[in-house]
Ligand binder design. Structure first.
Ligand code: GLN
Length: 491
């Protein structure tokens, strides 16, 4: 039998349908792969027994003709999605041991489509980070290595467990959340596809909140088509999330026609940053010429407020986080540190001091500062105004182009420990991704090739609101052109 873990979701669905193998066999193959790759620390909670039970039920559904769209496909769930009866930690000590009595809308939709959950993947604490080094449950290690160098590299963050699991063939697809780049950057660092849809396309209900106006659930997979299938299953209106849009979900996979003739591809001049590594510059040029070869026309566009995107993000995201994280007080969820149990305030203080890690505390402090009466106008209100200008930049640009092409990240995966000395350096990772979150626009990262060290690099396509189809179509054209066959060492 072919190595089942190397199949794409699309291929596996065919194999299941023609009875080449069962969902139980497919699931077992992935559980074996998880066992072999334990050293990557991609999962916080593994649920192999439940997965095999689900797989047996899935085989029955397929046999009696009630198969869902993703029937029998083993996937991994970022540990930010609440899962009924399965520990959900958000990568934090403060939620350690929290077992939700409910299921998030997105994970429920994936269950309804017939997927099998292998477990909950590791992430930066409360999804704050770009390297998966802030998790209370330890670093995740990228399955890729530089040539001639054995240093452990980061898998990107915050959804680093999901990206590592899919890249290392432990899962066929995975969920992620993207608040400033946390799906697209890890996808780029691990040589897979990751997509953030339009804000409101996938429900946030039951997803542990980081920054509510920026959080976007979305999929990881190894091909654009697989990503489209995952996204379709995850999308749709949810009355339980007030920001969920009541807009029909298209057949996303059908958008992959390969036809982009005459399409206008915007190339934003402000993304040509000083000091951009030449390899990233080259990758971008290569992407432009692939799209040209396919009949598209590159057009120069300007997104003049790009330079303010990171500062604006690092005001708004911590402000929302400080408010969202106020609920972790030792009373309702997870950790409670009583100390001597003298006063309620002492219990709050000890629980939060011991429960949150350094990065989360830094964000809570920044957030409460920018929301404080004395500084609200100077920081928070101003940031909201500039956010509006960033959205207007995109609206103007989309008058002359259909999608925008940029690199996904300013570098390939870096070594664990690099960029740790200075939080600003870490924050710069999101320089190309964060504007799409501020504007709520759909964006995908597709592998664009390898750098000189043999590490994957990603190209990003950003689209108009609700036009995931064009984003996927252009992504599919890049995927065909690059014909990315490289795999991490040992896979
Ligand atoms: N790296 C960014 C941050 O640390 C984005 C994280 C995310 O998208 N969840 O906030």
């Amino acid at each position: 039998m072919t190595n089942l873990t190397n199949l794409t979701i699309t291929e596996a669905l065919k194999g299941l349908e023609s009875k080449d193998f069962s969902a139980v066999e497919l699931t077992q193959a992935h559980i074996d792969a998880m066992g072999k790759a334990k050293g990557l620390n991609a999962f916080i909670t593994e649920t192999p027994e439940a997965a095999l039970e689900q797989a047996a039920t899935s085989d029955k559904r397929r046999a009696n003709g009630t198969a869902g769209a993703l029937e029998g496909i083993p996937i991994a769930m970022k540990d930010l999605f609440c899962t009924e009866g399965v520990q959900t930690t958000a990568g934090s000590h403060i939620l350690e041991g929290f077992v939700p009595p409910y299921e998030s809308t997105v994970s429920q939709k994936l269950k309804d489509a017939g997927t099998i959950s292998l477990g909950k993947t590791n992430l930066d604490e409360f999804a704050m980070g770009s390297s998966n080094t802030t998790s209370h449950f330890g670093n995740v290690i990228n399955p890729w290595k530089r040539q001639n160098d054995d240093a452990d590299l980061v898998p990107g963050g915050s959804s680093g467990g999901s990206s590592a699991a899919v890249a290392a063939r432990m899962a066929m697809g995975a969920t992620g959340t993207d608040t400033g780049g946390s799906i697209r950057q890890p996808a780029a660092f691990t040589g897979i596809v990751g997509m953030k849809p339009t804000y409101g396309r996938c429900s946030r209900w039951g997803v542990v909140a980081f920054a509510s106006s920026l959080d976007h659930p979305g999929p990881f997979a190894r091909t654009v088509k697989d990503c489209a299938l995952m996204l379709e299953a995850m999308s749709g209106h949810d009355p339980k999330d007030a920001t969920s849009a009541n807009i029909a979900v298209p057949n996303f996979a059908a958008a992959l026609t390969g036809d982009i003739k005459g399409m206008k591809i915007g190339i934003p001049k402000e993304f040509r940053m000083d000091g951009m590594p030449t390899e990233i510059e080259k990758l971008w040029e290569q992407g432009i010429s692939w799209l040209k070869d396919a009949g598209a026309e590159p057009v120069d566009i300007s997104l003049p407020h790009t330079q303010y995107a990171l500062p604006v993000y690092y005001v708004i995201a911590p402000a929302e986080a400080s408010s969202n994280l106020a609920r972790y007080d030792g009373v309702r969820y997870g950790l409670r540190v009583n100390g001597d149990g003298q006063t309620l305030e002492e219990m709050y203080f000890k629980t939060r001091s011991q429960g949150f890690g350094e990065e989360v505390k830094r964000r809570i402090m920044i957030g409460t500062y920018v929301l404080s009466a004395g500084y609200y106008d100077a920081y928070y209100r101003k940031a909201q105004r500039v956010r509006r200008l960033i959205l207007e930049d995109f609206e103007k640009a989309f008058e002359v182009c259909d999608t925008i092409l940029t690199p996904t990240a300013p570098s390939a995966a870096f070594a664990i420990g690099e960029n740790e000395d200075d939080p600003i350096k870490m924050y710069l990772n999101d320089i190309f991704t964060v504007t799409a979150n501020l504007a709520g626009l759909p964006a995908i990262s597709v592998p664009g090739g390898l750098d000189s060290q043999g590490l994957p690099l990603g190209l990003q396509i950003i689209g108009k609101a609700w036009d995931e189809e064009t984003v996927l179509r252009v992504g599919g054209v890049i995927e065909n052109a690059v014909d990315f066959k490289a795999v991490p060492k040992g896979i």
